[in-house]
Design a protein around this ligand. Structure first.
Ligand code: IMP
Length: 424
């Protein structure tokens, strides 16, 4: 089992960064295959907290090759900022490879992200305003700039002129400032020069790693419920975090992707707008939010909080072919007054156990719960499954029973050492 995908099995922020970091210890390569700096992967070790946005989570180990693959959208200015921050925290030796085919997030994408959101008024998605959607739209509209273009001054000039002809027109129509070719051209050629040593054909490199039977971790960003195809459209991100997008986003054929680990919280959270059937607004939400430090890594927004929804979790497992689960932030539930798990929904009087395709139907879904016994013991120092309180074990067993997927890891705190391997 050399090639493992780590995929968010909820609406993002599940703790994938911690699991990637934990499993990266035994990996040769860590690959981000989609998304951009809308992600926020928080990693804590040696008492220090690191927040990564577009840089892969293997960056802390000098022996790991970190790949930002072709499926990503990359803001070079922001990526350089992340690297500078890592340097200032003492992380100075690392291996980084950036795909020459990855799309570049340009400043006009950020301007348009904000403008589209304002135009939607009450129906705004609540994007991270990092330009993700407009950058992916340009990629599919074939007016995107790619990282490799920044290394070739003549070719980049041509691509940028083509893009600006369309984008400036659009910006003007929206009453926004247009962009000057010369200054954008110079600025982005500069980023190309600075990042040159990292930019390469990562699909070639990754297929060589496959031949060598290297251990490769594919690090998903966001979660399956935010997938452009299978999520709660239109309240989704503009890429697919599901395992199915690994081959396209990296250039490695599907037959070489061995296994999928789904990462979920012991409860549910969501940032941004969109239906969230198990959302809580009571003291219970406050309890979970404060104990789980549920504030966005990228935007600082308080996350919406709810009981665990196994309909959504089973959907993610199905779509993404998840083999086993890692249940994160389990310690947060210690001491909670009332604990429930959503087993299915009722839509217009009918019991359903799937995600409807339209938001108008999804908004009408009423969650149906099973009550679970609570536990008061703190479990942050628990080192093995056997040492967990009986009621905590019952909770984990219920998840396995309802979702039909075994739990492999349980996280009881932010540090690497606070990770229980269930089989052990
Ligand atoms: P975008 O990806 O910035 O276009 O935002 C689209 C939706 O995805 C919004 O609801 C965001 O809050 C959400 N989103 C994007 N990235 C993340 C993430 O890393 N964690 C959680 N939600 C995210």
């Amino acid at each position: 089992m050399s090639r493992l995908t780590i995929v968010g099995a909820q609406w993002g922020d599940e703790g994938k960064g911690k699991m990637t970091d934990y499993l990266a210890q035994n990996s040769d390569v860590v690959v981000r295959y989609q998304g951009g700096n809308n992600a926020g992967h928080t990693i804590t070790f040696n008492g220090q907290k690191y927040a990564l946005q577009s840089i892969p989570s293997g960056i802390f180990s000098p022996k790991i090759k970190n790949v930002m693959a072709n499926g990503m959208v990359i803001n070079p200015k922001a990526a350089l900022g992340e690297l500078e921050k890592l340097h200032s925290m003492g992380i100075t030796y690392y291996q980084l490879f950036i795909s020459d085919r990855a799309s570049v997030i340009m400043p006009y994408h950020l301007a348009l992200d904000g403008a589209y959101e304002s135009l939607k008024g009450g129906n705004m998605i609540g994007t991270t305003k990092k330009g993700i959607g407009p950058a992916y739209a340009d990629k599919y509209n074939r007016i995107g700039i790619r990282m490799g273009d920044l290394l070739n001054p003549d070719y980049f000039a041509e691509r940028l002129k083509d893009a600006l002809a369309v984008k400036n027109m659009e910006l003007k129509m929206l009453g926004l400032d247009t962009f000057d070719f010369e200054s954008l051209y110079e600025e982005y050629l500069g980023y190309g020069r600075t990042l040159k040593s990292y930019i390469c054909d990562t699909a070639l490199m990754l297929n060589e790693e496959v031949k060598k039977d290297s251990k490769i971790l594919f690090e998903g960003a966001q979660g399956v419920m935010l997938c452009i195809e299978h999520g709660t459209y239109p309240f989704v991100t503009s890429s697919s975090p599901a395992t199915v997008s690994v081959p396209l986003g990296t250039g490695i054929p599907p037959k070489y992707i061995d296994r999928s680990l789904g990462v979920c919280k012991a409860y549910n959270t969501r940032v941004g707008a969109g239906a969230f059937p198990t959302e809580l607004e009571s003291d219970l939400a406050h309890y979970i939010r404060e104990r789980g430090r549920e504030y966005g890594t990228v935007t600082g927004r308080p996350r919406r909080v709810g009981y665990l929804d196994t309909v959504a979790l089973a959907h993610a497992c199905r779509i993404s072919g998840i083999d086993t689960l890692a249940v994160m932030l389990f310690d947060v539930l210690s001491g909670i007054k009332e604990l429930k798990i959503c087993t299915h929904y009722v839509l217009d009087g009918k019991k359903i156990d799937y995600i409807p395709s339209t938001i108008s139907d999804y908004e009408r879904c009423e969650p149906v719960y099973v009550d679970m016994p609570v536990w008061n013991e703190e479990i942050t120092t628990c080192k093995s499954y056997d040492k967990l309180p009986e009621n905590a074990k019952k909770y984990l067993k219920k998840i396995e029973e309802l979702v039909g997927t075994p739990i492999e890891y349980v996280s009881v705190g932010p540090d690497r050492v606070q990770t229980i391997e269930v089989k052990k």
